[in-house]
Write a protein that binds this ligand. Structure first.
Ligand SMILES: Nc1ncnc2c1ncn2[C@@H]1O[C@H](COP(=O)(O)OP(=O)(O)OP(=O)(O)O)[C@@H](O)[C@H]1O
Ligand SMILES: [Mg+2]
Length: 502
C-alpha cells in the first residue's frame, strides 16, 4: 500500500487512492481528517495529535510543537523533562510520521510500505534530506519528496479533470511556511514555471503577532511580566490562535489572559489584526510579484489562483490577492487536505516492484527553488560564490564546470557546495563539503569537471570527471553537517522502534 503524507508544521494528513481510483483522506484513530503535529512525551510513551495539543497548556515542558520549523537544523534539540534525553527534529518528525502511518494502516487494514512526503517548495537541501531521513527512520520506503504546491496542482488536475490548457498560481500559506508556485497545465502535463517562498512565514507568525500585542497590553495594565509564567504563556499562545480563527468570521474578539493572579481582557478587532500582520501579507505579495516575473507571465495570463493551507482562510489574504492580481482566488479545494491528496496521486504514479496497477501517468515537471554553486577562490583571498545551476531550472537537472589542478600529482579537490542567490558566501547556505579524490600522477593544470545536480526529490549530488584522461570519477558524498551519520541514524531508528507511539 502506498500513501501520500502532508507532514505539516501544525497539522499532518494522509491520503491514498481508493478502490474507485480517487484520492481520499484516511482519518486517524481519533476520527479526524488531519492530525495536529504535536507530540506529548509521557511515561516513556509518545502521544501525537489532538490529545498532545490539548496537553500543551498544562504540560508545556513535555510537548514538542512546530518541529518543521527546526528540521534540517541538526543542533536543535527538544529536551525531554525529567531525563537527560533530547529529541532532535528528525526524530520528532519520525514520531509524527509513525503515528499517522500506524493509524492509516489500522484504518485500511493493510501494511503501508511506500510513501510520498511533501515539503514546502522553498525547503532547501538540508530540510529535504532531513524529511526523507525521518521517513526512512520509520522503516517505510520514501518513494519521493515532492513540493507541496506541486502536490496541490496534481490534486487539482486529478479532481477537477482540467482539460483545457491553463496557468494556475498556487498561494500556499500554512502554519509555518509560505510558497507561491506558477504552473502550466496542459495535455496531462503539469509544468512548474516558477516557485518562490519563505520557509519561516505562516499562521504561527499571525498567532505571535496577537500574542505579542496581548502580552504588551497585559504588562501595561498590570505591570506584570507574562514571560515569568510558563503556563500563562502557553494559554496565551492557544488563545491567540483561537482569536485569529474567530476573526476570520467575526469582527472582534476579546483575548483573556490570567497570570500571577490578575486577569486582563484585550480586545482585538479585525482591523487591528490586519495591521498586526500587514508586514507578512506584504511580504507574500512581494514574493508573488517576483514569482510571476520569474515565470515570464503577467496576472492576465493566470486563469486561477488556488488557495492552499489553513492560513488562507484569513479574510485579508483573499482581498489582497484580488486587489493585487484582479483575480478572485478559488476555494474549490479543501486547503487542509489538498496537499495530502496530491501526494497520494503522485504516489500512485510511481511504479514499485510488486505494483500491478496500470495507473495513467501525469507528467510532473518541477523546478528547484534555490541556485546551486560552489565557493571558489577569485585571486588574492577573495572567496566568491559561483552559481553553477540556476534556480527555477527543471529537475532533475545537472550542470558542470571545469576546474584545474594547482599542483603536479594533486591528490584531491575540496569543494564547498552552496545553495543561494548571492555572490557573497556570507549570504548563501553551505550544503556541505565534498572531497574529490583524483587519480595518480595528474600533471599540473589538468582539467577536472565538477557536475552538480538536483535529483527528482530536489536533493543535491556531486559527480566529477577527469577530463585529462576522459574518465568519470563517479559520485562523491557530500558531508552535510545537517545530516545524521549512519551510526546516529541506526541508533535513532532502534530507539524509535521501541518507542510506543499513539
Ligand atoms: N479559520 C481560520 N482562520 C485563520 N487561520 C486558520 C484558520 N483555520 C486554520 N488556520 C491556521 O492555519 C494554519 C494551519 O494550516 P495548515 O494545516 O495548512 O498548515 P500546515 O500544513 O501544518 O503548515 P505548513 O504547510 O506551513 O507546514 C494554522 O496556523 C492555523 O491557525
Ligand atoms: Mg501544509
Amino acid at each position: 500500500m502506498k500513501v501520500g503524507i502532508d507532514l505539516g508544521t501544525t497539522n499532518s494528513a494522509v491520503a491514498y487512492i481508493n478502490a474507485n481510483g480517487r484520492p481520499e483522506i484516511i482519518p486517524n484513530n481519533e476520527g479526524e481528517r488531519t492530525t495536529p503535529s504535536v507530540i506529548l512525551i509521557e511515561n516513556g510513551k509518545a502521544i501525537v495529535g489532538s490529545v498532545a495539543k490539548e496537553a500543551a497548556t498544562s504540560q508545556i515542558e513535555d510537548t514538542i510543537q512546530f518541529v518543521k520549523r527546526q528540521i534540517g537544523n541538526k543542533s536543535f534539540k527538544f529536551p525531554i523533562s525529567g531525563s537527560d534525553h533530547f529529541i532532535d527534529a528528525v526524530e520528532a518528525s519520525a514520531i509524527i510520521l509513525k503515528k499517522v502511518v500506524k493509524d492509516a494502516e489500522e484504518a485500511l487494514g493493510e501494511k503501508i510500505t511506500d510513501v510520498v512526503i511533501t515539503v514546502p517548495a522553498y525547503f532547501d537541501d538540508a530540510k529535504r534530506n532531513a524529511t526523507k531521513e525521518a521517513g526512512e527512520m520509520i522503516g517505510v520506503n520514501v518513494l519521493k519528496v515532492i513540493n507541496e504546491p506541486t502536490a496541490a496542482a496534481l490534486a487539482y488536475y486529478d479532481i477537477e479533470k482540467a482539460n483545457v490548457e491553463q496557468n494556475i498560481a498556487i498561494y500556499d500559506l500554512g502554519g509555518g511556511t509560505f510558497d507561491v508556485t506558477i504552473v502550466n497545465i496542459h495535455n496531462e502535463e503539469i509544468k512548474v514555471l516558477a516557485t518562490d517562498g519563505d520557509s519561516n512565514l505562516g499562521g504561527f507568525d499571525f498567532d505571535n503577532a496577537i500574542f505579542n500585542y496581548v502580552a504588551d497590553n497585559f504588562e501595561k495594565e498590570t505591570g506584570l511580566d507574562i514571560y515569568d509564567d510558563e503556563n500563562g504563556l502557553q494559554e496565551l499562545r492557544e488563545n491567540a490562535e483561537k482569536c485569529k480563527k474567530s476573526l476570520t468570521k467575526r469582527n472582534k474578539y476579546n483575548v483573556p489572559l490570567t497570570s500571577q493572579g490578575q486577569t486582563v481582557h484585550t480586545e482585538i478587532t479585525r482591523e487591528l489584526f490586519n495591521q498586526l500582520i500587514e508586514s507578512y501579507i506584504k511580504r507574500t505579495q512581494q514574493i508573488m510579484k517576483e514569482t510571476i516575473n520569474e515565470a515570464g507571465l503577467t496576472w492576465n495570463d493566470i486563469h486561477k489562483v488556488l488557495l492552499v493551507g489553513g492560513s488562507t482562510r484569513t479574510p485579508i489574504i483573499s482581498s489582497m490577492i484580488n486587489n493585487f492580481t484582479g483575480i478572485v482566488p478559488s476555494k474549490e479545494l479543501n486547503p487542509d487536505e489538498v496537499v495530502a491528496l496530491g501526494a497520494a496521486v503522485q504516489a500512485a504514479f510511481i511504479k514499485t516492484d510488486n505494483d500491478t496497477s496500470n495507473s495513467e501517468n501525469i507528467i510532473v515537471r518541477d523546478v528547484n527553488s534555490h541556485s546551486l554553486g560552489v565557493i571558489s577562490n577569485h585571486g588574492r583571498d577573495t572567496m566568491m560564490n559561483s552559481i553553477i545551476l540556476k534556480r527555477n531550472s527543471e529537475i532533475p537537472c545537472e550542470m558542470s564546470r571545469e576546474f584545474y589542478t594547482m599542483h603536479e600529482n594533486q591528490k584531491e579537490i575540496m569543494l564547498e557546495i552552496t545553495e543561494g542567490e548571492d555572490e557573497d558566501p556570507n549570504y548563501v547556505t553551505i550544503i556541505g563539503n565534498t572531497t574529490i579524490s583524483l587519480p595518480e600522477k595528474l600533471p599540473i593544470d589538468s582539467p577536472i569537471e565538477i557536475k552538480i545536480s538536483y535529483d527528482q526529490n530536489g536533493i543535491v549530488h556531486v559527480k566529477a570527471k577527469d577530463s585529462y584522461h576522459h574518465v568519470e570519477l563517479g559520485e562523491f558524498t557530500i558531508e552535510r553537517q545537517s545530516n545524521l551519520t549512519k551510526q546516529e541514524f541506526q541508533q535513532k531508528q532502534q530507539e524509535l522502534l521501541s518507542l510506543e507511539v499513539e
